[in-house]
Design a protein around this ligand. Structure first.
Ligand SMILES: Nc1ncnc2c1ncn2[C@@H]1O[C@H](COP(=O)(O)OP(=O)(O)OP(=O)(O)O)[C@@H](O)[C@H]1O
Ligand SMILES: [Mg+2]
Length: 334
């Protein structure tokens, strides 16, 4: 049994052998501090956010692309793996994609957690490598392809050719930062305090970052900063644009930087093939067109961009001996 895991900061996705994606849940864990045990992970834990008594803590242990809570990260990984494998006897091989910004020590902890959960061998794969394979690109050819994976915590930009990473860059600007920027904008512009979940919903419903024209809208509810009472307002695509355009510029500048560092033959290939956008952030309405227009190269949203990394981890099993960069065999069965 081969298992591919996309350990994202926002969502965990697990794919199993020929079954495809079998689990897709938020990266959240609920923990009973009194009994020192996990009481829920994923969807179930997500529902508890902001609704628990003191002795239960509900955390997003990987928020913003760093491991903010080691113990909880490990517990969460173990719980997710057990959820898909059950209590069976044979030990799976695991290819895992972890946020690019986490340190070596942290990745060892992640691997250890997978072993505790019963893994035989654990391989780590870099996010852009998994993402581009999951987008259906054949990366074995001597041909340059660029992927921009915009997740919750990080945006990973990379050029890949002949199974290896040629140039890359990772930015800590992605979905979560956009949500925060929207919440900040609403509080300074309209004096209404909204939560990040509300901001995220507004981003999905009302963004039009290429040609805002007032046509996309979202009603948000929050607390008025002066009056202190609940209030609701309607945000339009103009609002969202103003709130997040600076952050999007930074992402686009990151793409331009990577182009500058890429050898010219490969730039020519990317020009012909277009840039692949993956991760949930690729769905930001109008981002593909905004990026295309500013970079001068066609940017295509990959098919089902949110599952590209999870799909890529599964494809990686067929390439275990061929992938050069972005791939590491971390533990052997002894
Ligand atoms: N339609 C949409 N429009 C804008 N953003 C979206 C949309 N759908 C999802 N997102 C954003 O995508 C992000 C999650 O993407 P994804 O699942 O790829 O992240 P992740 O893999 O968990 O994070 P990371 O790769 O940084 O570890 C969230 O910030 C979410 O708000
Ligand atoms: Mg991701």
């Amino acid at each position: 049994m081969d298992i591919g895991i996309d350990l994202g900061t926002a969502n965990v996705m697990i794919s199993v052998g020929n079954k495809g994606i079998v689990l897709n849940e938020p990266s959240v864990v609920a923990f009973n501090k009194r009994l020192d045990e996990v009481i829920a992970v994923g969807d179930e834990a997500y529902k508890m956010i902001g609704r628990t008594p003191d002795y239960i803590s509900v955390v997003r242990p990987l928020s913003d692309g760093v491991i903010s809570d080691h113990k909880m990260t490990e517990k969460m990984i173990e719980a997710f793996i057990e959820k898909v494998t059950g209590k069976q006897l044979f030990m799976p091989n695991i290819v895992m994609c972890i946020p690019s910004s986490i340190t070596d020590v942290e990745s060892r902890a992640v691997v250890d957690a997978a072993k505790i959960a019963g893994a035989r061998q654990v391989y780590l794969i870099e996010e852009p490598v998994a993402a581009i394979m999951g987008a259906g690109v054949d990366i074995s050819k001597p041909e340059g392809n660029m992927v921009v994976d915009i997740g919750g915590g990080t945006t990973d930009i990379a050029v890949i050719s002949m199974n290896g990473v040629v140039t890359k860059k990772s930015l800590k600007i992605a979905g979560n930062k956009l949500d925060k920027a929207i919440a900040k904008y609403v509080s300074s512009r309209y004096r209404i305090l909204i939560g990040e979940k509300t901001a995220e919903n507004a981003k999905m419903a009302a963004a039009n970052v290429y040609s805002p024209d007032g046509g996309r809208k979202a009603v948000v509810k929050g607390r008025h900063l002066v009056r202190g009472l609940p209030e609701q307002i309607e945000l339009t695509d103009y609002d969202i644009y103003e709130a997040i355009i600076d952050q999007l510029d930074e992402i686009i500048n990151g793409v331009k930087d990577v182009f500058e560092k890429t050898p010219p033959e490969l730039v020519g290939d990317i020009y012909r093939n277009g840039v692949y956008l993956t991760g949930g952030g690729a769905l930001l309405y109008g981002l593909d067109r905004l990026m295309s227009s500013q970079v001068g190269v066609k940017c295509n949203i990959a098919d089902d961009p949110i599952s590209c990394v999870a799909k890529g981890t599964r494809y990686a099993f067929q390439k275990l001996d061929k992938l050069l960069d972005g791939f590491e065999q971390v533990s052997m069965f002894k």
